[in-house]
Design a protein around this ligand. Sequence first.
Ligand SMILES: [Fe+2]
Length: 428
Amino acid sequence: MKLTNRLFLVLTLWLSATIFNTLSGQEAIFSITTSPSERTDSEMNFSWATDTTIKSATLEVAPLKDKRWKKAITRTFEGVLCTTYDSIYSKTKSGENFYEDVVINKFDANIDALKSDKDYKYRIIAGGDTTETYYFTTSGAKRWSACVISDFHAYSPLYHRTKAAMDMIGVVEDFEKGFDWILHLGDITAWGGSYSFWQNLYLEEPFINYMWAGVNGNHDNMTRQYGQSNKFFRDAAAYPRNGYEGEEGVCYHFKYGDVLFVMLNNESMRDSAGLAAAQSWVKDVVTNNPSPYVVVCEHYQWFFGANGKDSQYGRWSELFDELGVNLALAGNNHIYMSSYPLYGGKVVDSQSGTTYIQVTSSDNERGSACDLDAPLEYNSEKIKFRWTEGPKTVSALHLNVTPKKMTITLLDRNGSVLDQTEVLPRKR
Ligand SMILES: [Fe+2]
């Protein structure tokens, strides 16, 4: 092709993409989110999407203080056609029924050679567009913090759900010295099969400012019509592909500082074969990645908050005892619960047991009521504290980690401290 023809073709493609984006009100690059890599002290993962006319995109990552992006690491990535969310029955922001038209190019990027304990910024360039600047912090600091939030069921027609959760994250930012990244425990969308829900959610400030890690919730795993797939969760981020067969990018593990995080998918552990596969993987991961602290995260609750009855605790406690898991985090029940450190079903000191905590919902709408003053029917000797505000519940945790201890603080929407739990490194 002649150079002039080639230039003309490039110009036409660029113009048509720009006109399409302008008409559709859509940015050329969308659904941008920062995910952990297996090693967050030197690498980070990035996820975004474009329409299918854009085949490749350039990622620039630079130290936060590098004003002119002179020290930027620049890499080009190829998109992969993604139809995971195409033609799924959904709702628009204004509540109209529609089928999502989502044939996109999905980008999973990794940048290594990063420096530990450093603030970074990045931007993506593709299709004649440059995104705004995004931010993250690599691990490596002796002391670091995370915001832990869950169950806000983002639903485009009801923006106030997302708003309540994002405001709560703002409250955690004002607590002590804020935090370095965000951990969610599932159900951050109402229907994970509805791509527009993820796309709208990722426009919120906390997705611009922080790395997010999370687990697949039952709502993230479903469509409006009760279709199920863990691809909805997988293709909405760029989690490490170090999970077991069929769970790559859904179940995963990563280290942030001294803490090994092991992320589970409850939807694949409903029967005993599924549970056995997950437990064998967890055993391998914890054994092969010795760490001062081990935190296991899943969506379904450890105990039922209303009466204290065993839920996932009964399925996992023996393995956690065996592996010396320090902290087990969950959501789903929408009632906060913190346990004493437990080993062999008995309360022990924190260096010898696992502490179980499940967080509330945070959307000010879908919380669960229970009589917190009534005595617990079950496990009252194991459960330290419970809390809910009923349907209109909002809260989050501030997780602070030092070599000496992890401190988990439950904050309400006003920033008041409701519960605090200290978790010490295990005696190994
Ligand atoms: Fe939920």
